[in-house]
Design a binder for this molecule. Structure first.
Ligand SMILES: [Zn+2]
Length: 466
C-alpha cells in the first residue's frame, strides 16, 4: 500500500506586511522530504511504500499570495495526480495558513486532493501546530488529525508519528476513523498559553489519557492564533476516534473544560512596557537577562525590523554587554557586506557609527543557511542585522552569526515567550509588551472578520451542547 507524504507550512499573520516569496520557504523534493519528516521510517516499518512529494516550510509571515500558494500546492497535487490510487496521504501542515482570496490554505489543498484520489477509501492524515485555527470543514476532508501537545513546541516529531500510527492502524485494519471539531469561542494572548503551566498542563495530560483508550486515536486542543483576521480564528477541540459519537462527545467534553479555563491564562514572566524592560535589564543582577520584543515577533509573522528596543538601549549606553539579535535590514547587510571585520561603519537609519564585528549566516528551522547576517558593535551593544527575516530561537542561531551568546549580559530577541532551547541561557526573562503586528493586546488588533461573540472581546455563556 502506498502513502504520499508532504509538508507545506506558513503560519499567517494578516497584520504583517511581508507576504512570503519562494525565497522564504525551506524547500525539498523527492527523497529529501522523507528525511525531513518524522514518519518515513514508521510507514516503511509497517510495510507501506512511501511516496515523497514536497517539503515547503516558511517562517510565519503575512498572508500567502495566490501564486505562491498555487506554486507549492500544485506540486503536492501533481504527486497525487501521479499516484491517484494511493491508499493514504500524510501531510504535516501548520493549520493557520491564510491565502489571499481563498482562506485556509490547508483546507484548499485537502479539498483538491480528495477530488483527485480515485480510491474512495483512501485516508488522509494530517498533523498540525497547536496554534492552528481550525475551519468548520476540516474534518470533512481530513480523516485523522493530530496536534502538538507542547507550547513552546518541542513535540513536532511525536505529533507527526501519532497521526502516522493512526493512519497505519486504520489502513491495515480497514477501519474508517472519524474526526470531530468543536469550536471554543475564545482567543487568548498567545504568549500566555503554555503547556508547562496550569491550566493547560492538566488538560494536555487528559488528552494523553484519552488517547490511551481503545476508541480514541487523537485528542487535541487547538489554542488558535489571534493574529489572523478570519472566521476560523479561535480555539477548538478536535478528536479522531473509531466511532463518530465518541469523537463528538469527547470533543464537546474537552471543549467545556477548555472554555472553563479561559480566565486562567497569565504571563509566566515579567511582562512590561519596553522602557521598563530595558530599565530592569540594565539594573538586574542576574548573569544574563533576555528581553523578548513580542510586538515584532518573527515566529508570529512580524517583520523583525523594528528598532524601538535597540534605540532605547542605545540611548542608555549600558555598561553591560548587550546583543540585539535579528533586526531584518537587507540594506544594511547588503550595503556593508564588503566591509571587513573591524571596519568603522555608519548605521544611517539609526544615526550612529559602529564597528563591523562579524559576518555570518542566518539559519532556517532545520539548520540550513537561509541568508546573511552582519553583526555591528556600537558601544557595548552588538546588533545582528539580517538580510531576511530571522528567528534567534537557539544558541546555534547565534553561533551561525559568529557571535558568542555566552558573552552577553542582556540579549534582545524578536520572540514572544522565550523558546525552550534558549531557556538554559536565560537567568531572567522580560517580556516586552511592544507594538507591532504580533502585539499581544487583542483589543489593539482590530479583528473584524472573526466570529462574535468571542471571549475576551465579549462576555457571554458558551454551551457546546446547544
Ligand atoms: Zn505554534
Amino acid at each position: 500500500m502506498d502513502i504520499i507524504i508532504a509538508s507545506y507550512q506558513c503560519e499567517s499573520n494578516t497584520l504583517a506586511t511581508h507576504h512570503p516569496g519562494k525565497e522564504d520557504f525551506e524547500y525539498a523534493a523527492g527523497d529529501a522530504v522523507s528525511r525531513k519528516l518524522a514518519v518515513t521510517e514508521l510507514f516503511e516499518r509497517e510495510g507501506f511504500t512511501v511516496i515523497p512529494s514536497i517539503y515547503a516550510d516558511a517562517l510565519p509571515s503575512g498572508t500567502v499570495e495566490q501564486d505562491i500558494h498555487a506554486y507549492y500546492s500544485e506540486q503536492i497535487l501533481d504527486t497525487v495526480r501521479a499516484n491517484p490510487d494511493a491508499h493514504g496521504v500524510f501531510i504535516f501542515f501548520h493549520g493557520s495558513m491564510e491565502v489571499d482570496g481563498i482562506g485556509s490554505g490547508e483546507l484548499d489543498i485537502l479539498k483538491k486532493i480528495r477530488k483527485i484520489l480515485k480510491n474512495k477509501s483512501a485516508l488522509i492524515a494530517i498533523s498540525l501546530d497547536a496554534h492552528a485555527n481550525i475551519t468548520d470543514e476540516l474534518c470533512d476532508y481530513a480523516d485523522i488529525i493530530s496536534g502538538f501537545k507542547t507550547i513552546p513546541h518541542v513535540d513536532q516529531a511525536e505529533c507527526q508519528r501519532r497521526s502516522a500510527e493512526a493512519l497505519c492502524y486504520c489502513l491495515k485494519n480497514s477501519v474508517k476513523p472519524y474526526s470531530y471539531m468543536q469550536r471554543v469561542p475564545f482567543l487568548l494572548k498567545n504568549d500566555t498559553v503554555q503547556t508547562g503551566y496550569e491550566p493547560l498542563k492538566s488538560l494536555i495530560e487528559e488528552t494523553k489519557r484519552l488517547e490511551s483508550t481503545e476508541d480514541i486515536l487523537c485528542a487535541n486542543l487547538f489554542l488558535g492564533h489571534c493574529w489572523i483576521d478570519a472566521p476560523n480564528t479561535s480555539a477548538s477541540t478536535l478528536v479522531t476516534a473509531l466511532k463518530p459519537e465518541v469523537a463528538r462527545d469527547v470533543a464537546k467534553e474537552l471543549a467545556v473544560k477548555l472554555w472553563n479555563t479561559r480566565r486562567d491564562y497569565k504571563f509566566t514572566v515579567e511582562a512590561e512596557e519596553p522602557e521598563e524592560c530595558v530599565k530592569r535589564a540594565i539594573e538586574g543582577k542576574e548573569r544574563r537577562i533576555f528581553i523578548t520584543d513580542s510586538g515584532d515577533n518573527t515566529t508570529a509573522g512580524a517583520e523583525g525590523d523594528t528598532t524601538g528596543i535597540l534605540e532605547l538601549l542605545l540611548a542608555e549606553k549600558p555598561e553591560k554587554k548587550v546583543c540585539v539579535a535579528g533586526i531584518t535590514d537587507f540594506d544594511t547587510v547588503d550595503g556593508l557586506w564588503s566591509c571587513a571585520d573591524g571596519a568603522q561603519v555608519e548605521l544611517k537609519k539609526l544615526g550612529v557609527s559602529g564597528v563591523v564585528k562579524a559576518h555570518g549566516k542566518v539559519l532556517g528551522w532545520t539548520g540550513e543557511c537561509l541568508g546573511r547576517s552582519l553583526a555591528v558593535t556600537v558601544g557595548n551593544i552588538d546588533v545582528i542585522f539580517t538580510d531576511l527575516r530571522s528567528s534567534y530561537t537557539r544558541k546555534e542561531s547565534f553561533d551561525a552569526a559568529n557571535v558568542d551568546l555566552l558573552a552577553y549580559e542582556i540579549v534582545v530577541v524578536k520572540l514572544g515567550y522565550l523558546f525552550t532551547a534558549l531557556k538554559p541561557y536565560a537567568d531572567r526573562e522580560l517580556f516586552a509588551l511592544s507594538e507591532g503586528s504580533s502585539c499581544v493586546e487583542l483589543k489593539k488588533l482590530g479583528l473584524k472578520r472573526i466570529l462574535r461573540p468571542m471571549f475576551p472581546l465579549d462576555e457571554f455563556e458558551f454551551d457546546p451542547y446547544k
